[in-house]
Design a protein around this ligand. Sequence first.
Ligand code: ADP
Length: 792
Amino acid sequence: MSILHKFATLGLSGPTYISTDLSSYQQQMAEIHECHRKTANFTNEKLKDYMAELRAQARSGTPLSQLLAPTFGLVKEACIRQLQVSPFDLQLLAAIPLHERKLVEMQTGEGKTLSAVFAAALNALSGEGVHILTFNDYLAKRDAEWMGPIYTSLGMTVGYIANGMSRQQKQAAYACDITYATAKEVGFDFLRSYLAFEKEEQILQPFHFAIVDEADAILIDEARNPLVLAGQMGASVVDVKAVAQFVKTLQPQEDYILNESSRAAFLTEKGVESAEKAFGLESLIEEAHFGLHTAINLALQAQTLLTRDVDYLVKNERILLVDEFTGRVVEDRKWRNGLQTAVEAKEGLPIQSEGSILNAISLQHLIQKYPGVAGMTATAQAAAKEFATFYGLQTIVIPPNKTTRRIDYPDLIFADKTSKQAGILAEVKKAHHIGQPILIGALTVKESESLAALFREHDIDCEVLNAKNDEEEARIIADAGRVGAVTISTNMAGRGTDIQLGGKDKSDRKEVIRYGGLYVIGTNRHESVRIDQQLRGRAGRQGDLGQSRFFISLEDDLMVKYKLNDILPKRFQSIEGAAPIIHKKVRKFVGITQHIIESQLLDMRTNLYQYSAFTEKQRIILQSERQRLLEDIHCLSEFFPSLPDIRNATVQQLTLMKTFVLLQYDKYWAQHLDLLSHLREGIHLVRLGGQNPLRTFRQLADACFNQLYSHLENELEPWVKKVMTNEITAIDQMALEKPSSTWTYVINDNPFDDQLAIMLLDSANVGMHVDFVSAPFLFTIAMMRRMRRKKR
Ligand code: ADP
């Protein structure tokens, strides 16, 4: 469904994205309480039997809405017995909109984990599995084990998925009524399932209903990073090491043009000539040299635009990406194929990331495969429009059980970073002196470390959280509320552990309350208000006291990147001094900058979605055919209507044909993905010819897809005939191989993608890029020529 269509069918507009009216749930709440009262004197056995009865009713077609009250009543009773916790009414109430496939906003620490259990149990009655999608593996395991006794005492099965489990373990976990897993791992399993050669190899059951925890982090912030399944498909044809050496000899301005502000580097005509000379070619722009040409462009980007220890680290002979946004090293991420290899070559490391992308899907498209999706997060309202547009989800706001008593102080704005750090130090000293726990949300690893060093110089002990060890993180976060604790953390989003005042055991609670509760300090505004709120929300949980304040400088990366200075009135542009700037106007402009960034990012996500949605449609077409063949070998005759003899083929022949056809589908799909990614990278240049890039992309992608089908038709039939005549009796006679190994990763936001997206959006920028178009422009033209030739 197109996003616009989805939008129209929902009839959601303006404030109807968000609802705060809970009155319609009162009747259901009364029924739940009534049902719960009835179960209070049931034996445990009887609770289970009653649940079995409800399941039988659901399976014989009773609508779930009619089973909601008795199920919720039962789950409530099981929760009291198993966890010795009585769910709050608001937790029960929040579960109703979850069941209605809505996005529920509930503050941090209000108990979303338990709310989800009610909606999950109800939706699992029909026998189809429910997935609860968590932010990381640690939370999947923790929540499955924590909530497990509720489900199992009612006769339901529960499992969790973790990276590295065997296929059998995963199949067992997915076969449960309720499965806790990260969206990412489900995505990888989805991709793996589509490369299976036998039905039994497929890990996943058909999708039914998903409840997404930390929904904004998963559905918005992480949504557009493609999940990738890659495989080794034979040796590469381009010598990337030689290419890296060659690129090192090139001269800026002469051989290539570098524009750092737009993060772009392109060969000039002279650069192209140098390449032709170095590699002994007549013309680099020839179709035969596409691979080399792409490798040179990538090597140039790797050489000139990516910096060691800033964009990436080298550790154990591997490239580790540093997430620009959170400053964390992101272990399972890579740049798109080719760029990662180019960086490995630049650093003289063993080439590890060669191989082809065999299949890819974005989280956004993955989530859309669930017939039912609901979500929960503490910060939904700020993203309500996006939830409605992309996922058709209406946001419903559940008030906190007890109103928060957090004080959000206005931002303190400084002229430069040094003054800001001094301001933070002074504030931390003041609060630390009395023993108030402080949580500092830093933007980058570098910043977290420089703050920690500064604090230690002043004898302030602190914990720094910027590494990736979810379990350790959970422990540190859980104790960040102790008397005198100072915790500096990057990326608080998605750290699903709540901070209890007085520590995990609450032993210092009274004392901490006397000092004013947890004090959250933000060291930068983020790219969206929503992420600022996530940080603030760590203080003031369940009606606790708390405080929050952001410290900002006009030199902050965000302000520089998005040119705050250009929109500030002249008289503020050269402010100096260590004291905070108190002009209201400056604060207002910081706010405006953030709004501009938010809407630009939203436009970008929408735009990129339109590109990927097209590819996704093609994937669905191809893979549904593949799946059909996987499930029913006899449908081969439909694939080859001109070969009626197939009906008489032996099982052995059919199996061979099936494997062959499946492999061909995979091979051509991988080639297609590769072609589309080149196309997309060059496509903004068609603007120069006055054309619309999205439309052109679609036309070309369409042509490529038709081409893919004609290749399939041309190649499949002769081989299948040979199988029929027993000329071929084994797969290794077919010049095809299964990937020798496969691996998965997330493509990190392409470091140059933002720039690309802005170019695609903003036609006014085109003039700027005319300077250094030579190589990619020619590349695109050549690509188009190639398409045209193929079409003929
Ligand atoms: P959230 O995900 O909304 O931030 P959690 O599900 O992690 O919150 O729960 C926060 C804390 O509240 C947990 O320590 C949990 O044990 C506690 N909690 C949840 N529900 C209740 C309840 N009904 N009564 C008492 N404590 C609860």
